[in-house]
Ligand binder design. Structure first.
Ligand code: B3K
Ligand code: ZN
Length: 885
């Protein structure tokens, strides 16, 4: 990887391989220093391609010998390729090689963690275990034999079914696994460790019995109940909603502490970052419980969308990721239950999309949902491929309806089960299953969502003619330079001045068709005419965020307040709250004036907070201010300090002006009884935590001790992590005098729980900056005995949280944040390129920064780019950043 040249791979260069591999018979003699791998492959000539040598991928491996049909043959190793002059026919290939798991700090391939062996093969980790055609269109049936010391590694796991196990000489044992489903190498997995399992047997609808297992380290078993429940719920849901059953006798999940992402969907053997698996009320927050449920579901759902039908090449990544995120979102919404709880889910999805994917799509790493080229594929597991990809899949459902979408998915599996396919194949199945649909007639137009980068900007302006009772809505779309119009469904309704939903009647029609419709914007500009509109309406557009666009509807404060109070669409009520805040914050930033929140806004927020019918979870979302990253996206030139100052001022005024209301909210939303991670209880805790944080803020500013004292007491006494951490966050973000004592208490109490200590780092890294204190603290924390760059969770919880998600502290006029960033990216890159590359992305949007930030950011980027030792991962990010200007 390091010696390799930055080689750009293009989507249009795809070619099927010269050889296929039908079966893989793999034996691993596991040893941390030198693992011996024997791989026996049934190689098949692909008659559709001209004959040529067999070129296998291999990285950081030592080859020992290569045999064809039992005869040793010569081979050439050149960089990361092994070339064999193979015959023009089918043959058996045997390769023996070694690799070194304990030196594998990149955590890709076979590595050690906590004294055990684990693998991560997506995207290109299998080639770090043995030489192979390590590409997703090569699908093979695997048989795997593991041999290892029995005392150190009592549990030996691989994909599929256990065929055999037993003891060997010298204190060793073995296990032999067989996976009947052909799979690409990226879904291969091995675990050998000292683990214990929570087990559950279930019988699915079809009457088949299955064994579910969650493997963790001894001592963590009491934190696996939620994951097991989530797995069972996912299995039941996928069968009920899409008719997709569990196809394996055994489904295993394994937790590991050193892992580059959340989890991995290896066939029948999901491997999880412990942060995405372990939860108990004492150590995990409501958000953790929710995230674990979503990730367990996501990986399980991959079993069909990703594993049974996989990607032909890595450009098609969103085929499995966008679709699977869409599926886990639908699952989470169904699990949340009430319409309001579903809306809260949608709100949280959109908040994340706007804070991460919108900036990505406007920055140096902007790429289409189906990218056209890459240097390092691991850099393309992005918010665009995942989250925007899921939005695009959602568009199919919006256009086809739930039933039409389900029909499309059914046809997709009928056609492609067991194959490696493309996003085009998916789109075609959706269209063919729904002949006569708008999708089918406009498929090429629709597919621009896959090929064009950037967030479409939609402008909407309404015109009311009081005499003729006509209302005309003009929609236009602006895409990036040279980009064509896209197909944008705009779900909408009209509200009267008292907030009543108005009937919608098209020009030329005799009667109205209800009060909600979906407009299809497919050209650069279109006008939609409504008749019999008896009062001047307020348009409610893009309900439920029906397309991933930036909408400028030009609504006045009065109209936004009308929507906030009355819209039947909960998402748009929330959106109105955000727009009211956004207009004020941006107004102050643009004018270079201190922010002063007006009574109308504060009264509206009070009304939301005190509303008798709205759910607590919804209130917490509506009262929360827009993310700094989303605010920044509205500006041509970004001064992160000006945004930070305005946001802080807004919070302080909301805290002070609504003080009595927050006291009421805190007391009124206490949850009694045992901890349950239900949407309803979580919503109450979220609102109580927000209230507490604002009360501590207001009190700290006026020097009153009561609320900071209460928060401190809560840090000590709370019986669940959501309340404990909420109280700690309240103290830390207000820079309250008791914050340090609370942090020390918290650290001492959870010193032995790595996942909780990660939270402790994260909280300090994300605290709102005040007089440079947060930056100073982060520098100190880099020296903390608990800090290490070797564990990705720990590195992320301090560095990614600070550099990528704390703009007010990171962007400093003295460039200190950028210097820290460049140094840490370089250090981390020497250990773990994928983790470093993630951190490197903190500079994606540097070119829009105001001076002096912009100039200083450029210097830091150049300094990093000049280093000769960068990995391809980091080099690609830094090079792209510098190409912007
Ligand atoms: N498919 C994996 C991600 C692999 C990332 C490789 N750099 C997890 C997921 O999306 O489910
Ligand atoms: Zn996924």
């Amino acid at each position: 990887m390091r010696e390799g040249h930055a080689h750009v791979i293009h989507r249009h260069d795809y070619q099927a391989p010269t050889y296929w591999i039908a079966t893989v018979d793999l034996t691993l003699d596991l040893d941390p220093a030198k693992t011996l791998v024997t791989s026996k492959l049934a190689v098949k000539r692909n008659a559709n391609q001209p004959h040529g040598p067999l070129v296998l991928h291999g990285e950081e491996l030592t080859p020992l010998r290569v045999m064809i049909d039992g005869e040793p043959v010569s081979f050439r190793q050149d960089g990361n390729e092994l070339t064999i002059d193979a015959p023009d026919r089918d043959f058996e290939l045997v390769i023996r090689n070694t690799c070194c798991p304990e030196k594998n700090t990149a955590l890709s391939g076979l590595y050690t963690s906590g004294g055990g062996f684990f693998t991560q093969c997506e995207a290109e980790g299998f080639r770090r275990i043995t030489y192979f055609l390590d590409r997703p269109d090569v699908m093979a049936v695997y048989t795997v034999t593991l041999r290892a010391d029995k005392t150190k590694y009592p549990v030996l796991l691989s994909n599929g079914n256990l065929l055999e196990q037993g003891d060997l000489d010298g204190g060793k044992h073995f296990a032999k696994w067989h996976d009947p489903f052909p799979k690409p190498s990226y879904l291969f997995a091995v675990v050998a460790a000292d683990l214990v399992a929570r087990e559950q047997r279930i019988r699915t609808r079809s009457g088949k019995d299955h064994l579910l297992q969650v493997f963790v380290r001894r001592g963590d078993l009491d934190k696996t109940e939620h994951a097991m429940n989530s797995l069972i719920a996912s299995i039941v849901w996928d069968e009920a909603r899409f008719g997709l059953p569990l196809d394996l006798e055994r489904f295993m999940i394994v937790g590991v502490s050193d892992f580059n992402m959340g989890a991995m969907e290896n066939k029948g053997l999901n491997i999880f970052n412990t942060s995405a698996l372990l939860a108990s009320p004492a150590t995990a927050t409501d958000a953790d419980f929710q995230r674990i449920e979503a990730i367990v579901a996501h990986e399980y759902f991959h079993n069909w969308t990703g594993n049974r039908v996989t990607c032909r090449d890595w450009f098609q990544l969103s085929l499995k990721e966008g679709l699977t995120v869409f599926r886990d979102r639908e699952f989470s919404m169904d699990m949340a239950g009430s319409p309001s709880a579903r809306a809260v889910q949608r709100i949280q999805q959109v908040r994340a999309l706007r804070a991460v994917q919108f900036p990505e799509d406007a920055g140096s790493m902007a790429h289409p949902v189906r990218p056209d080229s890459y240097v390092e594929i691991n850099n393309f597991y992005t918010a665009t491929v995942y989250e925007k990809g899921a939005e695009v899949v959602g568009l199919y459902q919006t256009l086809l309806g739930r039933e039409g979408f389900a029909k499309g998915l059914k046809l997709y599996f009928e056609r492609h089960d067991g194959q490696a396919v493309t996003c085009d194949d998916f789109a075609q199945a959706m269209a063919d299953a729904n002949p006569g649909s708008q999708l089918a007639s406009q498929l090429d137009l629709f597919k621009r969502w896959y090929s064009q980068p950037g967030t479409p900007r939609v402008t909407a302006r309404g015109q009311y003619d009081a005499e003729s009772h006509r209302y005309t809505l003009r929609l236009s779309q602006h895409n990036g330079k040279g980009e064509l119009p896209q197909l944008i469904p705009v779900r909408m309704g009209l509200l009267g001045p008292e907030g009543q939903a108005l009937p919608l009647q098209w020009e030329g029609e005799l009667a109205s068709h209800g009060s909600e419709t979906v407009l299809l914007l497919e050209q650069t500009e279109q006008a939609f005419h409504f008749v019999n509109v008896l009062v001047e309406p307020t348009p409610s557009l893009l309900r439920g965020f029906s397309a991933p666009v930036l909408l400028d509807d030009g609504l006045s404060d009065a109209q936004l307040l009308n929507l906030l109070q009355h819209d039947s669409d909960a998402f748009n009520r929330w959106e109105a709250s955000q727009r009211l805040a956004l207009n004020r914050i941006l107004g102050a930033v643009r004018a270079g004036q201190p922010l002063v929140l007006d009574a109308a806004y504060l009264d509206a927020m009070r009304a939301v907070l005190r509303h008798p019918q709205l759910d607590a979870a919804f209130k917490a979302e509506a009262l929360r201010l827009p993310e700094a990253a989303y605010l920044a996206e509205q500006l041509q030139v970004v001064d992160p300090q000006a945004i930070h100052t305005a946001v802080e001022a807004a919070w302080t005024q909301i805290a002070q002006a609504l003080r009595a209301d927050w006291e009421w909210a805190f007391e009124a939303h206490q949850v009694s009884g045992g901890y349950r991670p239900s949407a309803e209880d979580a919503g109450r805790r979220a609102l109580a935590n927000l209230a507490l944080s604002l009360l501590v803020r207001a009190s700290t500013l006026s020097g009153e001790p009561v609320w900071p004292g209460k928060a401190y007491q809560r840090v000590k006494d709370a019986d669940n992590m959501t309340e404990r951490f909420g109280a700690l966050a309240a103290l830390v973000s207000a820079h309250a005098p008791l914050a340090d004592a609370a942090l020390a208490h918290f650290h001492a109490q959870f010193a032995h729980d790595a996942l909780v200590i990660d939270k402790w780092f994260m909280l300090q890294a994300r605290a709102p900056e005040r007089d440079g204190k947060v930056f100073e603290r982060v520098k100190k924390l880099l020296q903390h005995p608990d800090f290490t760059l070797k564990n990705p969770n720990r590195a992320r919880s301090l560095l990614v949280q600070f550099c990528n998600f704390n703009p007010g502290a990171f962007h400093r006029a003295d460039a200190g944040g950028y210097v820290l960033w460049a140094d840490q990216v370089a250090h981390l890159d020497a250990i773990n390129p994928q983790a470093a590359s993630r951190l490197a992305r903190a500079m994606d949007r540097w070119a829009t920064l105001a001076e002096p930030f912009r100039g200083a950011a450029k210097v830091a980027l150049q300094r990093l780019a000049e280093r000769s030792t960068l990995s391809n991962d980091v080099r690609e990010i830094v090079t792209k950043a510098l190409e912007v200007a």
